[in-house]
Ligand binder design. Structure first.
Ligand SMILES: [Zn+2]
Length: 73
């Protein structure tokens, strides 16, 4: 079963990706994020995992429908 991660791009857009390397990004290690092509921006953005506990159900549902097409870098 595919597990997707909700991420937030540098512009604040929420989307999801199935390829985010969560094992390298535990709590307190969010750092500079990873470059992912944000489906809202349409360009590479530094993105970090979103804190899903801070998101509303509609925000979460919308992010899960917006999946990053490609994982780069
Ligand atoms: Zn964006």
């Amino acid at each position: 079963m595919e597990q997707r991660t909700v991420v937030r791009c540098a512009e604040g857009h929420l989307f999801s990706t199935s390829t985010f390397p969560m094992q390298q990004l535990g709590p307190g290690r969010l750092g500079p994020g990873r470059l992912i092509r944000c489906p809202r921006c349409g360009r590479l953005r530094s993105s970090v995992p979103a804190d899903v506990s801070e998101l509303s159900a509609p925000q979460l549902a919308r992010a899960m429908r917006l999946e990053a097409a490609q994982f780069l870098a």
